[in-house]
Design a protein around this ligand. Structure first.
Ligand code: ADP
Length: 355
C-alpha cells in the first residue's frame, strides 16, 4: 500500500441552488470526508490507497463504500456498523461563495468505533499514513486514531502525514481544538495546513513567521496552502513559495485534499524510506507545483471526488503554464480578513465541505 488514510466518512447533501440553507430547494448526495477524499485523489493519480473508518450499516454507508471501491480505494478498513448511522452534512453555497453547514453527527456509527475493527497491519505496511483532526474530536474515534498513529510511528518507515482540517464548530471549544491539534502534530513527519489554520495555531499573521513558529510544536515538514495564492513550504532548511495555476475555479471543495494527494504522489515516487528524505528547495518546489496543479484542477469541476484529476490532466496543466515556474520567496500574508473567515470564530475556518 502506498497511502492509508484514516478518518471521517459522511454524506454531504449539497444544495441544488445557491443561497442559505433555509432557502435550499433540494439537495444532492455526495461522498464527504477529507481523509477519504485524499485516498480517492491519490488513487486517481495512480497510488495504491486504502481507507480506514466507520460508517453506518445503512444505505448511505453502502453508497460510501461503493464510491470508494469504484474509485480504486481499498476498503478492507472501512467498517459498516449497525451501532449508529452514517453522519450527514447539509451544505449550501451562499451568494458570498461561503458555505453554510448543518451537521447531523450525534450518536453516529463513528462514535462507536473500536480499535478491534481496524486492520492495523494496513497502517504498518503502508508508505504513508494520513489522518486529520475530526476523528480526534469524539473519544471513540480518537482512541482508534491514536492507536493507528502509534502503529504508524512504531513501524520504521511509515511516514505520518496530517492535515488537521480545522472545523471549529465540531469541537467543544476552540481552545480544545487548538491544544489537541498541536499535540497530534508533534509526532507527524508532514503537516499540511491552510493559512487560516496556520494563523489559528501559531497566532502569527505573517506567512513565514507562522511557518517558522510551527517549529515550536513539531519537527514536521510544513506545507501551507493559500487557495488562489498557491502554497508555501518548509522542510528542514528548505523553504519557498509556489504560485497557484490560473484556472477557472468553480468549486474549491476538495482542493486541499487534492493538494495533499498530489504532494504525497510525488514524494512516494522516491524509492527507499520516506522518513529519511531531505529534499532540496528545488525538488520541493517541483512537488508543490505538482500539488498546486492537482488542487487547481480539483476546483474546475463541482464536488470533490468527480473533480480529482488523472496524471494526464495534471501533466497537461503543468506543460501549459509557465507562469508558475519557481520564483523566490516573497510572502507577507494579507492581514485583512480573508474570504475564508476568521479561524478564531466558531464558524469553520474554511467555508468548504471537505470535512
Ligand atoms: P484547503 O482546502 O486545505 O483550505 P486551499 O483552498 O488552499 O486548501 O487549496 C489547496 C490548493 O489548491 C492551493 O494551494 C492551490 O494550489 C489550489 N487552489 C485552490 N483554489 C484555487 C483557485 N481558485 N485557483 C487555483 N488554484 C487553487
Amino acid at each position: 500500500m502506498d497511502l492509508v488514510c484514516l478518518g471521517e466518512l459522511l454524506i454531504d447533501f449539497v444544495a441544488t441552488a445557491p443561497g442559505p440553507l433555509r432557502t435550499a430547494p433540494g439537495f444532492v448526495k455526495a461522498a464527504g470526508g477529507a481523509p477519504a477524499n485524499v485516498a480517492v485523489a491519490g488513487s486517481r493519480l495512480g497510488l495504491r490507497t486504502g481507507f480506514i473508518g466507520t460508517a453506518g450499516k445503512d444505505d448511505f454507508g453502502f453508497f460510501l463504500k461503493e464510491e470508494l471501491q469504484k474509485n480504486g480505494v481499498d476498503v478492507r478498513g472501512l467498517h459498516l456498523s449497525s451501532k449508529g448511522r452514517t453522519p450527514l452534512a447539509f451544505v449550501s453555497l451562499k451568494e458570498s461563495a461561503e458555505r453554510d453547514f448543518l451537521f447531523y453527527w450525534q450518536n453516529t456509527a463513528d462514535h462507536f468505533m473500536s480499535v478491534k475493527e481496524i486492520p492495523l497491519s494496513m497502517v504498518r505496511s503502508s508508505k504513508v499514513f494520513h489522518y486529520g483532526s475530526i476523528s480526534l474530536i469524539h473519544p471513540a474515534s480518537r482512541r482508534v486514531t491514536q492507536a493507528a498513529l502509534r502503529c504508524a510511528l512504531g513501524s520504521n518507515n511509515t511516514l505520518v502525514s496530517c492535515d488537521p482540517n480545522v472545523r471549529l464548530n465540531l469541537w467543544p471549544s476552540s481552545h480544545r481544538a487548538r491544544a489537541t491539534i498541536l499535540k497530534t502534530i508533534e509526532t507527524a513527519h508532514l503537516v499540511k495546513i491552510n493559512e487560516e489554520e496556520l494563523k489559528f495555531l501559531t497566532r502569527k499573521r505573517d506567512l513565514f513567521s507562522g511557518i517558522h513558529a510551527m517549529s515550536r510544536f513539531t519537527d514536521a515538514a510544513i506545507l501551507v496552502t493559500r487557495g488562489v495564492r498557491g502554497a508555501a513550504f518548509r522542510w528542514s532548511d528548505s523553504e519557498g513559495e509556489v504560485p497557484a495555476f490560473p484556472v477557472a475555479a468553480i468549486d474549491s471543495t476538495g482542493a486541499g485534499d487534492g493538494f495533499v494527494a498530489g504532494f504525497l504522489n510525488q514524494m512516494i515516487a522516491i524509492p527507499g524510506n520516506l522518513r529519511k528524505l531531505r529534499p532540496c528547495t528545488e525538488t520541493l518546489t517541483r512537488w508543490v507545483r505538482y500539488a498546486n496543479a492537482v488542487g487547481a484542477l480539483a476546483t474546475t469541476r463541482r464536488g470533490a471526488i468527480p473533480a480529482f484529476p488523472t496524471p494526464g490532466e495534471v501533466a497537461n496543466l503543468l506543460k501549459s503554464d509557465h507562469a508558475t515556474l519557481p520564483r523566490s520567496r516573497q510572502g507577507i500574508l494579507d492581514t485583512s480578513r480573508s474570504k475564508r473567515g476568521d479561524p478564531t470564530s466558531t464558524d469553520p475556518p474554511r467555508a468548504r465541505n471537505d470535512k
